[in-house]
Structure formats: structure tokens, C-alpha cells
Design a protein around this ligand. Structure first.
Ligand SMILES: C[S@@+](CC[C@H](N)C(=O)[O-])C[C@H]1O[C@@H](n2cnc3c(N)ncnc32)[C@H](O)[C@@H]1O
Ligand code: SF4
Length: 376
């Protein structure tokens, strides 16, 4: 099964930490939707007729599109692609865009999963990050999503902000027990260079959280999320009752996906395609019927490294059979030998012909993964 991602590249204001592609020129929304409809038509054969069982509208801010635009996009997908009747259809939403009416529209259009960008339940953090909603609006948005009948509600939280005390982080997490939220994405703050935080960091106005404190907050996240009934299944993702994000799991498991919209990436097993991170170029290109997607074939070594990078971030790890079907130059046995030092230190586990990073060591996963990239 394949997946479909649509990037909605608009934000009312940019958050100080975020370097995802988006524009604040909201008046370009209509033109964007038209270009997006055209792209769906032009690239419909990308998945080669494969059935898709996930559609994910991410951003930017998909909740800035009106119901008519969302309807047009979904209809176009159903018309031109092979969509399963059991599709997980997710929309990312910012809390202050939501009302009972907006949520009812989303539900009636077929969205059956909503991902809410809460980030923090504390006004002081929200102001610091330049979020446009308050803590009360964050809480209210979850209540409204519950009342509107969404059974699959995911929330995003950010930790590792230097000003976020351990106690405040615990409080943020414990608030989740009051809601019917069955998925949590909790991201440690990354200070990206091309953001306001990046500039403040360079000027010495803010600093990164010290590693010991970061680790503490990560451990708090693991303990409290488990107490609340969440299973930790990917470095930053937690699910109740196996309600994993079906769409994101496709990225981690190397399945096919079609990405529509500026900056969106696509993958069909053999090559990777991506659209430019430029809204005007995207609009001009597709409104004149041009394919503007760039392409890169994936070498054997890239496939090997991608498998390591995506699978080792999850509880599913790398299976010997998957490794071998990749048909690259390093045998499974040689790879196991390469992982030996991490197996001895118990940072990695080899069980039932599967290699994974032990959950206790996920905090160090990026370093382990980078080390395994080179073939010895
Ligand atoms: C691209 S955003 C889209 C969601 C939506 N626009 C919103 O703001 O709620 C997806 C999530 O990535 C996380 N994120 C983005 N940049 C980050 C950063 N630099 N550090 C940590 N988390 C980040 C945030 O939690 C955000 O909700
Ligand atoms: S976090 Fe969401 S709202 Fe904020 S800038 Fe990024 S995409 Fe836009």
C-alpha cells in the first residue's frame, strides 16, 4: 500500500523554531489550490496504480484552507488515484483555526484523523515560540475535536526549550490524561539556523538545553507517556492501542508515497522526486501544465543508509530479509559485525533476525545511525 502527502504551504505567522517550507502570503491560496489540482492530475501515474491507504495533509497549515478547497483536493485524489476504502485521512491543524463548524466540515469531508499543533499548554512557551494561540485555545481545540467525533486525535508537543523546567514539562505531559488523545508526537527542540531561534542562538540570546537536562526530559517523556498508556514506537512518536500514524510509518518502513505541493518529496522504490521550495515557481509551473518535479535515482549505498536511518528510529528495526532484498554490497553478517560494539554495549539488540536500537538508547540514536552509515 502507498501513501499520499499534500503540503499546504501557508502560515499566518512563522513560529520562531520552524524551518518547514511555508509562506505568509495567504492571498495565494486559491492559485495554490488550482496548481495542486493540476499536479495531482499530471502526476497521478507516479504510484503506478498502487492502492493508497493514507492521505496526509500537512504543512504549513492545512487548517487555513476552507472546506471547498479541501473538498476539491480530496475529490481530485479520489478521481485520479487508486484510494482504498479504509484510508487514514489526516489533517494537521492549528488550535486557533478550529471551531465546531470547521471540525464538522472536516469530518464530513472524510478526514478521520486530526493532528493538533499544541506544542505547549503554557502561555509563556507559546509566546516565546511565536505561536498564534493561547494555552486555553490549545485545550479547547482538543475538547472540540473530541466533541466533533474524531476518534483519532494526535497532538504535537515540544520539549527541550531552555526555559522549560522539568516540572513544567511533566505538567504539560500529565495534562494529556484529561483527553481522548491516542497519539503523541513529542519533539525535542532543534535550533535550525534559518529561523529566528537560529539567529538568536548565533547572537548568544538563547542557548541549547544542556545534554543532561535534555536526557532528563526525554526520560520523563518515556516514563509519563507509558504511565498514560502510550507505546513508544518511534523516537518522537507514541501511540495508544497501536494507533500508530499509518502515514508516517510508510516513511519509516520505506514504502511508496506521492508528495504533492511545494517542497513535497515522493518515493517509488527506485527514485526520489521533490518539488522546489518556492510557492510562486510551483504555482507558475503547474498552472502552465509543466512538470517541475526534480528527480534523483537512489544508489545502492543510499538505499542502505536510508534503511538504517529510517528503520533504526523505530521499534520495528531492520529485518534480515529486508536488508537482503536491498541487494547491496554488504551482507547481513557483515552488517551485524559492524554493529557488534553497539550489541556489546546493549545500545542495539539482535533478536529473531532483526537488528534494532534498544529503546533506552533512542536518545543517542542519531549518533549510532551516523556511525553506521560508513561501510568498514
Ligand atoms: C511542520 S509542523 C506543522 C504543524 C502545524 N503547522 C502546527 O504548527 O501545528 C509539524 C511539527 O513539527 C514540530 N517542529 C517543527 N519544527 C521544529 C523544531 N525546530 N524543533 C522541534 N519541533 C519542531 C512541531 O511540533 C510542529 O507541530
Ligand atoms: S510550526 Fe506550523 S504554524 Fe509554525 S511555522 Fe511551522 S508550519 Fe507554520
Amino acid at each position: 500500500m502507498a501513501g499520499i502527502y499534500i503540503h499546504i504551504p501557508f502560515c499566518v505567522q512563522r513560529c520562531h523554531y520552524c524551518d518547514f517550507f511555508s509562506s505568509t502570503s495567504l492571498d495565494l491560496r486559491k492559485q495554490f489550490v488550482n496548481a495542486c489540482l493540476k499536479e495531482i492530475e499530471l502526476r497521478a501515474d507516479y504510484l503506478d496504480g498502487k492502492e493508497s491507504d493514507t492521505i496526509y495533509l500537512g504543512g504549513g497549515t492545512p487548517s487555513l484552507l476552507d472546506a471547498d478547497s479541501l473538498d476539491l483536493i480530496l475529490n481530485k485524489l479520489y478521481k485520479h488515484l487508486n484510494i482504498s476504502s479504509k484510508t487514514e485521512i489526516t489533517i494537521e491543524a492549528n488550535p486557533d483555526d478550529l471551531s465546531s463548524e470547521v471540525l464538522a466540515n472536516m469530518k464530513s469531508l472524510g478526514f478521520n484523523r486530526i493532528s493538533l499543533g499544541i506544542q505547549s499548554f503554557r502561555d509563556i512557551d507559546l509566546l516565546f515560540m511565536n505561536r498564534r494561540h493561547t494555552a486555553d485555545q490549545a485545550i479547547n481545540s482538543i475538547r472540540l475535536a473530541e466533541k466533533s467525533g474524531f476518534q483519532n486525535i494526535s497532538v504535537d508537543l515540544i520539549y527541550g526549550l531552555d526555559a522549560l523546567s522539568d516540572k513544567a514539562w511533566m505538567k504539560n505531559l500529565m495534562l494529556l490524561k484529561d483527553f481522548h488523545v491516542n497519539h503523541l508526537s513529542a519533539y525535542h527542540l532543534t535550533i535550525e539556523p534559518e529561523t529566528v531561534f537560529g539567529r538568536w542562538h548565533k547572537a548568544g540570546k538563547i542557548q541549547e538545553m544542556k545534554e543532561g537536562k535534555s536526557l532528563n526530559q526525554y526520560n520523563t517523556l518515556r516514563e509519563l507517556s507509558a504511565e498514560l498508556g502510550f507505546e513508544h514506537y518511534e523516537i518522537s512518536n507514541f501511540a495508544k492501542n497501536k494507533k500508530y500514524s499509518r502515514h508516517n510509518t510508510k516513511y519509516w518502513k520505506g514504502e511508496w508515497y506521492l508528495g504533492i505541493g511545494p517542497s513535497a518529496h515522493s518515493f517509488n522504490g527506485k527514485s526520489r522526486h521533490w518539488n522546489p521550495s518556492d510557492l510562486q515557481q510551483y504555482i507558475d509551473g503547474y498552472l502552465t501544465d509543466c512538470l517541475i518535479t526534480k528527480q534523483e535515482d537512489i544508489s545502492e549505498i543510499d538505499r542502505r543508509n536510508e534503511l538504517i536511518m529510517t528503520r533504526l528510529r523505530t521499534k520495528w528495526g531492520i529485518k534480515q530479509a529486508d536488508w537482503e532484498t536491498l541487494n547491496h554490497k554488504q551482507s547481513w553478517g557483515e552488517f551485524v559485525v559492524q554493529c557488534q560494539k553497539y550489541l556489546i554495549s546493549k545500545d542495539m539488540i539482535l533478536k529473531n533476525n532483526m537488528l534494532s536500537i534498544s529503546v533506552d538508547s533512542w536518545f543517542r540514536a542519531d549518533g549510532i545511525i551516523a556511525d553506521l552509515f560508513s561501510i568498514e
